[in-house]
Ligand binder design. Structure first.
Ligand code: SF4
Length: 247
């Protein structure tokens, strides 16, 4: 039997709503990305572009960053299929993103990071019948040692519970350890909108929690329990229509 292959995004998607995961990932229904997800991905791609250049010794200017973001946000490259509310809101969100990118750039201009890796791919086994793949967005040198860094775009305020239990960060810590043969000394989360920075770590106990969660997710998938999980997320769910017809 072929091992199950999942991405970190699949896991988030499944935990948010198993039925939406089925519609979008398994049935591959043609659904658009929400505006919030689109903004997050566009900012993340722009920041990755900055770091790819920095890794080669080039400090990209703010104008260049703006253009890069605009080309993604206005879908000139047709990378994402984003569902915009309307043109006025699209422009408003663009200005929001530019303001976040500008404060990111100001900091990097004077103290550029020492980049070790950008968008580092990993694929880690969980037993012999499940692999999880993903990317570590940035590894850099820091006074704390090698550090995984993330840039957060949403309105969420830093919260100790979410920081401590975020499974994506735990998977990245495991991937880091398998590549660098040491536990990751530091994980840094930059909240671009709030302008705050939070540091966290992962221990063996966090790994155990993750292994247990993943075993349960796998079991639920094997049983085919793709149930609707109604929540405030439904407002922006691209699979709302097929979901209403689900029985
Ligand atoms: S509308 Fe809500 S319950 Fe239905 S698939 Fe979307 S997120 Fe899940």
């Amino acid at each position: 039997m072929q091992p199950l292959e999942l991405t970190v995004n699949d896991l988030y998607e499944f935990k948010a709503c198993p039925l939406r995961f089925k519609f979008m990932r398994l049935d591959k229904q043609p659904v658009k990305m929400t505006e919030n997800d689109g903004l997050r991905e566009a900012v993340k791609s722009t920041i990755s572009y900055f770091y790819f250049n920095l890794a080669q010794g080039k400090l990209v200017g703010m104008e260049d960053l703006k253009q890069k973001f605009g080309s993604i946000w206005y879908e000139r490259n047709k990378i994402y299929n984003i569902m915009y509310d309307d043109k006025v809101k699209q422009r408003k969100r663009e200005l929001e993103a530019i303001s976040m990118l500008a404060s990111f750039h100001r900091q990097q201009k004077f103290h550029p990071d020492k980049v070790v890796a950008v968008n580092l791919d990993f694929r880690i086994p969980f037993g012999d019948d499940l692999y999880i793949s993903g990317q570590i967005p940035l590894i850099r040198e820091s006074p704390r040692g090698l550090e995984i860094a993330h840039f957060k775009v949403g309105n969420h305020k830093p919260d100790e519970f979410w920081t401590k239990t975020d499974m994506g960060l735990t998977i990245e810590a495991i991937a880091f350890e398998s590549i660098f043969k040491q536990q990751v000394p530091s994980i840094c989360l930059h909240y671009l909108k709030a302008g705050t920075t939070v540091y966290t770590k992962r221990t063996r106990k966090d790994y155990q929690r993750l292994y247990k969660t993943i075993r349960m997710i796998k079991k639920t998938m094997e049983e085919g329990w793709y149930y609707p999980r109604e929540s405030y997320h439904c407002d922006k769910c691209p699979a709302k229509q097929p979901c209403m017809e689900w029985t």
